[in-house]
Design a protein around this ligand. Structure first.
Ligand SMILES: Cc1ncc(COP(=O)(O)O)c(C=O)c1O
Length: 402
């Protein structure tokens, strides 16, 4: 039940803010949040098992990233910047291949820029004729909401009333390399996918899928573009999800938690040097993308991930969490699956949809969100402790029982 303060704000919100979200029945007071804990406008406390769709891997108000943000300023991208230089170097060392970075703001912009990069590479190397390129994408993907990106979404609501759409994308089913093999033509330049589909319902492909896709891309000399906007930065128990398979992408897209849970915003295309060196001054740009403050905060994010052992925490506590959930025997639960602290609980349709359980958990002081209709997604800050997980399990059992 919402208190009177919350009611006042939600009524105003409903009147003046466009309803593009099916908003959760809670209004948060973010000035007070800390780590995994967050309070609403009426003073009720919640534990955050959602982390703003994985934008808060370091938790709320991490003192180190916020300190860097407070001590930063805004300077133009048209000058050299030491933080962006250092960030590029740091990431090139982390990804395990000689890389350069192309910075943007939102995740969707990062995806757009990866698509631009792939097309530019294909045309400038003479691989295919101009305007002919095809990129193979996955059904049930989620890569954001811009016109080009929704053009290859399989969700009708995301695309149907927003055409005309951008051509050049060939959708196939996720999880079986044979589907990609069949779709490759002489105009194919790249395969774009999430290493685990997040918003599509926490879908984990077969173990060797990424290895097979990598081998196929190598065979046809096409690019493997991995969208790790959600799975990156420790979410799945590795810095990048592709590390589970021992492969490397040609282009990697990062976003969300790069700015350590501060309102600074940054997305990156991290690409093989020989591809990225084809970019020329004037080909691309962004007023805010890669600004000094965002770059400085992102650098601190990588420091914190390492200093606080958050990736190990994600791997170990993710395993603990998953096992605890698997021990709950309930006829409404179809499957519990996940990697690190990116876990999905899939309900049978008879359960009435995951949103019902999201709302019940909110009443019990737990924030989480559905992914697709029947999956409850769990993606807490990586700073979470065992005691928080035990609290979730206790409340989840009550919700299932009631
Ligand atoms: C895998 C993936 N790619 C892209 C995006 C889009 O990011 P943004 O909302 O910052 O544009 C998201 C957001 O949820 C995502 O999960």
């Amino acid at each position: 039940m919402m208190g009177s303060k919350s009611k006042l704000w939600t009524e105003m919100y409903d009147k003046y803010v466009v309803h593009t979200y099916s908003t959760l029945p809670v209004i948060l007071n973010d000035t007070k949040s800390k780590g995994v804990e967050i309070w609403d406008m009426d003073g009720k406390k919640y534990l955050d098992f959602w982390a703003g769709y994985s934008a808060l891997n370091l938790g709320h108000h991490h003192p180190e990233t916020w300190k860097v943000l407070r001590n930063s300023g805004l300077v133009t991208r048209a000058c050299y910047d030491r933080y962006l230089a250092l960030l590029g170097k740091t990431i090139s060392e982390l990804v395990g291949f000689d890389a350069m970075i192309l910075p943007k703001n939102s995740g969707a912009e990062g995806v757009e820029s990866a698509i631009k990069t792939a097309r530019m590479w294909a045309y400038r190397t003479g691989m295919v004729s101009r305007n002919q390129s095809e990129i193979i994408v996955m059904n049930h993907n989620f890569h954001g909401r811009t016109i080009t990106v929704i053009s290859f979404s399989s969700e009708k609501q995301y695309k149907n009333d927003f055409g005309p759409h951008t051509p050049g994308f060939i959708p196939v089913d996720y999880g079986d390399v044979k589907n990609i093999k069949k779709a490759i033509t002489s105009n194919t330049i790249a395969v774009l996918m999430e290493p685990m589909q997040g918003e599509g319902g926490i879908i984990i492909p077969p173990v060797s899928y990424l290895n097979d896709v990598r081998a196929l891309c190598d065979k046809h000399k096409i690019l493997l573009i991995l969208d790790e906007i959600q799975t990156g930065l420790g979410r799945t128990g590795k810095m990048f999800c592709y590390e589970h398979n021992g492969i490397k992408p040609d282009l990697l897209i990062l976003g969300k938690s790069l700015c350590g849970g501060t309102p600074a915003i940054l997305s990156l295309v991290v690409g093989r040097r020989d591809i990225m060196e084809l970019w020329q001054p004037g080909d691309d740009g962004s007023t805010f993308g890669g600004n000094s403050a965002a770059a400085a905060v992102a650098l601190e994010t990588f420091n914190v991930l390492e200093k606080e052992n958050l990736i190990k925490n994600s791997a170990e506590l993710g395993e603990y969490f998953k096992n605890q959930l698997k021990e709950i025997k309930n006829p409404l639960i179809k499957e519990v699956r996940g990697k690190g602290l990116f876990i999905g609980i899939e309900f049978f349709p008879e359960a009435g949809g995951a949103r019902k359980y999201v709302n019940k958990l909110i009443e019990k002081g737990i924030l989480c969100k559905e992914a697709h209709e029947h999956v409850l997604r769990i993606s807490p800050p990586l700073t979470i402790g065992k005691e928080h997980i035990d609290f979730f399990i206790e409340k989840f059992k009550e919700v299932l029982g009631g």
